[in-house]
Design a protein around this ligand. Structure first.
Ligand SMILES: Cc1cc2nc3c(=O)[nH]c(=O)nc-3n(C[C@H](O)[C@H](O)[C@H](O)COP(=O)(O)OP(=O)(O)OC[C@H]3O[C@@H](n4cnc5c(N)ncnc54)[C@H](O)[C@@H]3O)c2cc1C
Length: 289
């Protein structure tokens, strides 16, 4: 049941509200639904999460061989829907976790009230914040190899990043027929240059310019937790700080997956966290009576 308030709807009290629809959020949903908690999931802008960005998952149990990330997350979504999980296409904008009733306000102007909340908002690309990046993001700069790599067949591209991930990225792009003109560490980028419509290259801090039709950011992933500012304890990088697995600084609020994992950002670990968060939420609700 929903009630109309001044700027949108305020939900009837949810037993459990899950923020995020990646492996952590969907698994929390499956466990909570099977426990009879009728969970509601706020999907966010990236329904399904990061796994949608890869064509090669070879380490998720139950999926032998190499499968598309979309197949893994699609199966989880189907399982969640048939378990009775409810989904809303909206984004958490701010939260109020001060009282026993937790409130989450969304981009659409709605307010959700819940006894327990699972934060499962994952991680996103770390931008370089160099001049030109905002202008050309989506116009030559991409953070998704599998989404955009194929556009650069026969064209020069630059990889911005460091570490082993850049080696895999280079192999992948070359297999698609792109020419990797340079691999540049984020600290060596001075600016992204281009014309009115599109990126044309990367200016390095030594003043040289590498011509490129595309740039791929292969940088570390940052937790998507800015909307929790002041409400939950977070570390310097923004990960939600947890103890005993998924418990946050606020009783009744749990954090699962990449948003709470400074290390080992992996789908199966996120799914495990999601299951644990739902079980802990169940125990917390039982304690409320
Ligand atoms: C290219 C690539 C390849 C990968 N390959 C593998 C692999 O082979 N094996 C493996 O185990 N892992 C792999 N990973 C890592 C894996 O995808 C992540 O560890 C996993 O998806 C984390 O799950 P999560 O549920 O914590 O977060 P995510 O998958 O990041 O999902 C986060 C969810 O939160 C939502 N969200 C974010 N902010 C908000 C908000 N404010 N309000 C509402 N919703 C919000 C998003 O829309 C999304 O649905 C890969 C990642 C990438 C990028």
């Amino acid at each position: 049941m929903m009630f109309i308030v001044e700027f949108g709807i305020i939900s009837a009290m949810e037993k459990i509200l899950i923020i995020g629809s990646g492996p952590a959020g969907l698994t929390a949903g499956i466990y909570a639904a099977r426990a009879g908690l009728s969970p509601l999931v706020l999907e966010g802008m990236e329904s399904g999460g990061q796994l949608l960005q890869t064509q090669h998952v070879a380490n998720y149990p139950g999926f032998p061989g190499v499968v598309k990330g979309a197949d893994v997350i699609g199966a989880m979504r189907t399982q969640a829907e048939s378990a009775g999980v409810r989904f809303v296409m909206d984004v958490a904008k701010s939260v109020d976790f001060a009282g026993e009733v937790k409130r989450v306000s969304t981009l659409m102007g709605d307010v959700y009230e819940a006894r327990t909340v699972v934060v499962a908002t994952g991680a996103g690309v770390t931008k370089t914040n160099r001049p030109g990046e905002a202008k050309y993001f989506g116009r030559g700069i991409s953070a998704c190899l599998t989404c955009d790599g194929a556009f650069y067949k026969g064209k020069p591209v630059v990889i911005v990043g460091q570490g082993p991930a850049t080696v895999g990225a280079q192999r992948y792009l070359e297999r698609l027929g792109a020419t990797v003109a340079a691999v540049v560490e984020p600290s060596a980028v001075k600016s992204f240059v281009g014309d009115a419509a599109h990126l044309t290259g990367v200016e390095r801090t030594d003043g040289s310019v590498v011509d490129a039709a595309g740039v791929f950011l292969v940088t570390a992933r940052s937790p998507q937790t800015a909307f929790l500012e002041g409400a939950l304890e977070r570390d310097g990088a923004g990960h939600v700080v947890t103890k005993d697995g998924v418990k946050t600084s606020v009783p009744g609020v749990f954090a699962a997956g990449d948003c709470a994992r400074p290390r080992h950002k992996q789908a199966v670990i996120a799914a495990g966290d999601g299951a644990l968060a739902a079980l802990e939420a169940q125990e917390y609700l039982a304690g409320l009576g």
